[in-house]
Write a protein that binds this ligand. Structure first.
Ligand code: XMP
Length: 513
């Protein structure tokens, strides 16, 4: 990433820090999160065009308040502080911040008094989103207020000579409707950034990097058919062709038609060396009699690793293991450096085969999910892969409650396929986060023709979410629900009832297990 302008975000633990980075990338400027206490001399080696001090939950008066290296203000690099970032700037440069007895939270009207730089093109009033406790009461020398709200005389401040700007509100959230324009103005008017972060040039750079790293050695990639591993494989294939081998393990817990589709796309369309291992029997044998959800996950993880390791030895040797690690995963694993980040439990199948020593190749580690989707399309992956809903590594085993039997798997697979088809038909598939069916051991009575039948209850789960951390159940139109329900009972033998899950996350989770 040598030749693109970079903006560094010092992460003080804001829940919105990733959002700031994404907004900046949407302006086609590359941005990265770094630990808040990175030394000024290390920052200057990276030669960023700007520094952003993120918000965060702390107060500058806390004993262990996270503060940046004071020397960052002498680097001559433009700085933008956001929320807690404003308080840090005021505090460190000699102004005054007081603890507020009341939090200011929610929408506020911004009265803009200077439209010469970050508010260029703005009318005197704009809506902004506030969420802070402490506030500045006296500005450091050299600063002036350029916007205020009823509660905050210093809603936006700047020291024009030193190019240090700060906002008490959050320009990165959608509740600040013109927030992106403020960021744009900061990037292009103040910092003179070039909008050079683009996917086509990312592809070119990555290809060069992969070739330089890998040389003539062989690369192994576990392909699941999900967007991350698919994009990783397609990108590496573009760089080193047949030096890449993909292994696709069909554990028998996939969605309808998924295995065929992966084979068709990767082997036939993209021409990638693909080894398919049909291991369904192995997985289902080991899952016999197992009802505990965690036990199922553990078994599937172990078995995946066994199958994958065996294949990597059989078809090897490989020097490199490719993984579809994304930027948020990279930041999460470095989370101990950030004061308030939460670590999400990763529940991916597999992991690294420990018996074999691989060097890791992670070409997507700088990217966010939406960027991966754009990249996937540019690399020629079909919409079916790019737009398909996320699917858990342990597959349908977590959607079949109780013991995983062939019969329940079949019901779950067919019913999920009907749910997906109906959403596609009604143009709803791309608008929801996930949509699937769940089946357990509960049965209910129905009538089939004139006969009484006793069959499975299928639950339909459709949720909306932006990051899977929280999710709402989707208020699907009754006619679509009705259609899904009647198709499931008509088309799948042994199903008598269909229910719709109306629990959001929290307190429920998205998957039933
Ligand atoms: P929950 O059920 O925890 O799911 O609300 C959140 C998101 O994670 C997906 N999920 C998984 N993904 N391996 C995965 O790769 C897993 O074991 C796994 N379990 C859940 C789930 O589909 C949802 O998008």
């Amino acid at each position: 990433m040598e030749d693109v302008d970079k903006v560094l975000i010092l992460d003080f633990g804001a829940q919105y820090a990733h959002l700031i980075a994404r907004r900046i990338r949407e302006c086609r400027v590359y941005s990265e999160l770094i630990p808040y206490n990175t030394k000024a001399e290390d920052i200057s080696k990276i030669k960023p065009k700007a520094l952003i001090l993120s918000g965060g939950p702390a107060s500058v008066y806390d004993k262990a308040a996270p503060l940046p290296d004071q020397a960052i203000y002498d680097l001559g690099i433009p700085i933008l502080g956001i929320c807690y970032g404003l308080q840090i700037i005021v505090h460190q440069l000699g102004g005054e911040v007081v603890r507020a007895n009341k939090r200011e939270y929610g929408k506020a009207t911004l009265n803009i008094t200077d439209t010469s730089d970050i508010f260029k093109g703005f009318k005197p009033k704009a809506v902004c989103w506030m969420s802070h406790g402490d506030r500045a009461t006296k500005l450091p020398i050299g600063f002036k207020s350029i916007a205020h709200t009823d509660n905050s005389p210093y809603a936006a401040i700047r020291d024009k000579a030193r190019k240090i700007y700060a906002l008490q509100f959050h320009p990165e959230v959608s509740h600040t409707p013109r927030g992106k324009k403020i960021l744009r103005n900061f990037l292009f008017e103040v910092c003179k950034c070039k909008a050079s972060w683009e996917m086509p040039s990312f592809i070119e750079r990555s290809i060069e990097e992969i070739r330089a790293k890998v040389g003539s050695e062989r690369v192994l990639c576990a392909l699941s058919g999900g967007i991350d591993s698919s994009t990783t494989a397609a990108l590496i294939h573009k760089a080193v062709g047949d030096q890449l081998t993909c292994i696709f393990v069909d554990h028998g817990l996939l969605r309808k038609g998924e295995a065929d589709e992966v084979i068709r796309t990767f082997r036939d369309t993209l021409g990638i060396r693909l080894i398919t291992i049909n291991a369904s029997k192995r997985f289902l044998d080991r899952l016999k009699g197992v009802v505990d959800p965690e036990e199922k996950r553990k078994i599937i993880g172990e078995e995946f690793l066994n199958v994958f390791t065996e294949a990597s030895i059989k078809y090897g040797p490989f020097k490199w293991l490719a993984q579809g690690t994304l930027y948020p995963d990279v930041i999460e694993s470095a989370a101990n450096q950030s004061p308030a980040s939460k670590i999400k439990t990763h529940h991916n199948v597999g992991g690294l085969p420990e018996q074999i020593e691989f060097k890791l190749l992670e070409p997507l580690r700088d990217l966010y999910k939406d960027e991966v989707r754009r990249l996937a399309t540019l690399l020629g992956l079909p919409d079916r892969i790019v737009k398909r809903h996320p699917f858990p590594g342990p597959g349908l085993a977590v959607r079949v409650i109780g013991e995983v039997t062939e019969e329940k798997l079949q019901v779950c697979r067919e019913a999920s396929s009907i749910v997906e088809e109906e959403l596609q038909k009604h143009n709803l598939y791309d608008k929801v986060w996930q949509a699937f069916a769940v089946v357990g051991d509960d049965k209910a009575v129905g009538v089939l023709g004139d006969a009484r039948s006793y069959g499975y209850i299928v639950s339909v789960r459709i949720v909306q979410s932006s990051d899977a951390m929280t999710a709402d159940w989707v208020k699907l139109p009754y006619r679509v629900l009705e259609r899904i329900s009647s198709r499931i009972t008509n088309e799948i033998p042994g199903v008598t009832w269909v229910t719709y899950v109306i629990s959001s996350k929290p307190p429920a989770t998205i998957e039933p297990q």
